[in-house]
Design a protein around this ligand. Structure first.
Ligand SMILES: [Fe+2]
Length: 363
C-alpha cells in the first residue's frame, strides 16, 4: 500500500497576487484538511531556534522539585494557565487513560476584559514562575508567530471553500487562544510496552492547532533523532467505505515546515468538509527517552455559535452537528470531559436558582 502524502501549503502562495499561486495553495488546503485534517505549512515565520529556547526553559522548569511546580498547578483556573501535572488530562474517546506528560499553558495575547468577565476560567491571567523573563519572552513570541501563521492559513482555508477570506478569522477573533509547551515523560524499564501512551488518541476541540515541531531527548539528556519507528505523532486519515478505520500516518513534516491540524470547531463550521484529525502521541519502545513539543490552539470566540455555516448546511450536516451551541459552552463542557475543569462547571450552565423557589415555598 502506498502511504498517503500530506500536502504542504506555502503561506507565501496565499499572500501572492498571482492567482495561480493562490489556487495552488487553496487546492493543497482542500486536500490536506479535507482528507487528513492536517497540513504541513511553509512560509510560516516561526523561528525554530526560538522554539528550542522555549523547550530548554520548560525543561528547566520540569526539573524543579514537585513541590515547587505544584504552586503553578492551578486546578482553580481549570489548568488553562500554568502547569498541568502528569496524569491530569484524559482523552475523551480512548478509554480514559491519562496522558503521560506535563505541560505549561499561557495566552500569547492580552485578554479582552468583557470576555474575561463572562468566562473567567477560559481567560485567566497568565502565571509565571519567578525569574522566568526569558521563558516568558520566547514563549510569547513563539505563540504569536504560530497564531499569525494560523490566521493566514484560516484566511486561505476560507478562500479554498469559496467563502470570504475573513470568514474563519472573524469567528476566531477574541477566542480564548492558548499556547502549550509539553514535556513527555521517560518510561521506566518496567513501563515499556505496557500500553502507556504519551498522549492518547483524540481530536482537538478548538478551531485550528499549530504545532511548531517537537524533539526527542535521549537518556543521556541530548537532543537526538527518534528512538524508534513507533514513537511520536501519528494521525488517522478520514475513513472511507473500503477502509472505515482510516490509515495511521506518521506526522513528519518536511524540513522547515510546521504542522496545522483541524479541530472539532472547524469541522462543525464546515459541516464536515474539513475533518478534525484523530492523533496520538505514542511512547517509545525503549526506556529513558523524553520528548518536548508545543502547540498553539486557536479558538472560536466563545460567544459565536458552533453550527455548520449556511454554505454547508444540508440535512446530513444538521444531523451530524446540531443543535447549535455557543463555543464558550462547548469549551466548558469539553474541559470537563477531558478532566481539566471540575464536573460542577456543567451545573453552572443555564438557570441555577431553582433553590430560591424551593425556599419561598417552604417559607
Ligand atoms: Fe491534540
Amino acid at each position: 500500500m502506498t502511504l498517503p502524502t500530506i500536502p504542504t501549503v506555502d503561506l507565501n502562495d496565499l499572500r501572492s497576487d498571482d492567482a495561480r499561486r493562490v489556487e495552488t495553495a487553496c487546492a493543497a488546503i482542500r486536500e490536506a484538511f479535507g482528507t487528513y485534517g492536517l497540513a504541513y505549512v511553509k512560509g510560516h515565520g516561526v523561528d525554530s531556534a526560538g522554539v528550542m529556547r522555549v523547550y530548554d526553559h520548560f525543561r528547566e522548569f520540569t526539573s524543579k522539585p514537585e513541590q515547587e511546580k505544584r504552586k503553578f498547578a492551578r486546578a482553580d483556573l481549570w489548568f488553562q494557565r500554568g502547569w498541568t501535572p502528569p496524569n491530569t488530562e484524559v482523552a475523551v474517546a480512548a478509554g480514559g487513560q491519562p496522558d503521560f506528560k506535563e505541560c505549561y499553558f499561557m495566552a500569547p495575547y492580552d485578554n479582552d476584559p468583557a470576555l474575561q468577565a463572562q468566562y473567567p476560567e477560559l481567560y485567566p491571567p497568565n502565571v509565571w514562575p519567578e525569574g522566568s523573563d526569558a521563558f516568558r519572552e520566547h514563549y510569547t513570541k513563539m505563540g504569536r508567530a504560530l497564531h499569525e501563521a494560523g490566521a493566514e492559513l484560516l484566511r486561505g482555508a476560507a478562500r479554498a471553500l469559496g467563502l470570504p477570506a475573513s470568514t474563519f478569522t472573524d469567528i476566531c477573533e477574541g477566542g480564548a487562544h492558548v499556547t502549550r509547551v509539553l514535556h513527555y515523560l521517560a518510561l521506566a524499564p518496567d513501563q515499556v510496552a505496557k500500553g502507556i501512551v504519551w498522549g492518547e488518541e483524540h481530536t482537538d476541540f478548538n478551531l485550528l492547532t499549530l504545532l511548531p515541531g517537537g524533539r526527542f531527548v535521549n537518556p543521556e539528556g541530548e537532543v537526538a533523532p527518534k528512538p524508534d519507528d513507533k514513537s511520536g505523532l501519528f494521525l488517522r486519515t478520514r475513513g472511507t467505505p473500503e477502509n472505515p478505520a482510516g490509515v495511521q500516518v506518521r506526522g513528519r513534516p518536511p524540513e522547515g515546515c510546521i504542522v496545522a491540524q483541524i479541530g472539532q470547531q472547524l469541522e462543525i463550521l464546515t459541516g464536515g468538509r474539513f475533518v478534525a484529525t484523530p492523533h496520538v502521541i505514542t511512547a517509545p519502545g525503549v526506556p529513558g527517552w523524553t520528548r518536548d513539543s508545543a502547540a498553539h490552539f486557536m479558538h472560536a470566540n466563545p460567544n459565536r455559535v458552533l453550527y455548520p455555516l449556511r454554505a454547508f448546511l444540508d440535512d446530513a450536516a444538521r444531523k451530524a452537528y446540531g443543535p447549535p451551541v455557543l463555543a464558550g459552552t462547548y469549551a466548558i463542557k469539553t474541559l470537563v470531559d477531558i478532566g481539566l475543569a471540575p464536573p460542577s462547571a456543567i451545573e453552572k450552565l443555564g438557570y441555577r436558582h431553582y433553590d430560591r423557589l424551593e425556599a419561598q415555598r417552604r417559607a
